[in-house]
Design a protein around this ligand. Structure first.
Ligand SMILES: [Zn+2]
Length: 260
């Protein structure tokens, strides 16, 4: 939802009259509030196969050629030279149920250097099952850490989760996530480094937002090493969101790279 609003308001900057732009923005905001989660979803008429037809602004979901998520075919992955340098720090934040996922918004979390560019971490959120696959192998859960560079480019670090031990880093988030649309403050400051596996080796590809409006130009860095969460934690999330993963999208000749 946030991305929709940002992109739509960017388009409106070009409108000749600021009055009408303001009015349109106000109407857009009320539309967002009025329809909320019913706007689009993961099943039925508002499900992924129909996203591109639901709204004019969602057309890229249907016609885009660089869509995410994808199945990462590791054999074809060419070497990428730059390792990820994570420079996160503990930040206060909010746990948000936005009707599509649980998102943790972190206003002062620091940044990561991705392919030589500094990207500020804005938020991370979850999908079940994991959206990306690796050589056809699926995972029950993933986190997408959404970053933005000073010139407005988006980059996502993806963490795959397998079932195993309780994930201590996410314990407070899981214990306090709102079951209905709404938000609560994090009980204590959160350091995103605590969520990362020890190796930051990754697969990278050029993709899109995996939710409407499916805007392209998003760089993905999917970490090779999965981390763990417990069956109880997975169940707790799935009680709130049974399934919130977009199906795999065609690669369309895109190159996948990897770091070691
Ligand atoms: Zn995501």
């Amino acid at each position: 939802m946030k991305a929709t609003m940002i992109l739509s308001s960017t388009k409106l900057v070009n409108t000749k009259s600021t009055f009408f732009a303001g009015l349109a923005l106000a109407m857009l905001s009320s539309t967002c509030f009025a329809y909320g989660a019913a706007h689009w979803g993961y099943e039925g008429k508002v499900g992924p196969s129909n996203w591109g037809s639901l709204e004019k602004e969602f057309a890229t979901c249907k016609v885009g050629q660089m869509q995410a998520p994808i199945d990462i075919l590791t054999k074809a992955a060419a070497p990428a030279s730059a390792p990820i340098a994570a420079k996160y720090k503990a930040s206060a934040g909010e746990i948000i149920n936005n009707g599509h996922t649980i998102q943790v918004a972190l206003p002062d979390e620091g940044s990561a250097i991705l392919s030589g560019t500094d990207y500020k971490l804005l938020q991370f959120h979850f999908h079940t099952p994991a959206e990306e696959k690796v050589d056809g192998k699926g995972y029950p859960f993933n986190a997408h850490m959404v970053h933005k560079s000073a010139d407005g480019k988006l980059a996502v670090i993806g963490i795959l989760f397998k079932e195993g031990n309780e994930n201590k880093s996410l314990k407070d988030i899981f214990a306090n996530m709102p079951s209905k649309e709404g938000k609560v403050a994090l009980k204590s400051n959160f350091d995103a480094s605590s969520m990362l596996p020890s190796s930051l080796a990754y697969y990278s590809y050029a993709g899109s937002l995996t939710t409407p409006p499916c805007s392209e130009g998003v760089s993905f860095y999917i970490l090779k090493a999965p981390v763990e969460l417990s069956k109880n934690q997975l169940n707790a999330f799935q009680k709130v969101f049974k399934m919130n993963a977009r199906p795999l999208q065609p690669l369309n000749g895109r190159k996948i790279t990897q770091s070691s």
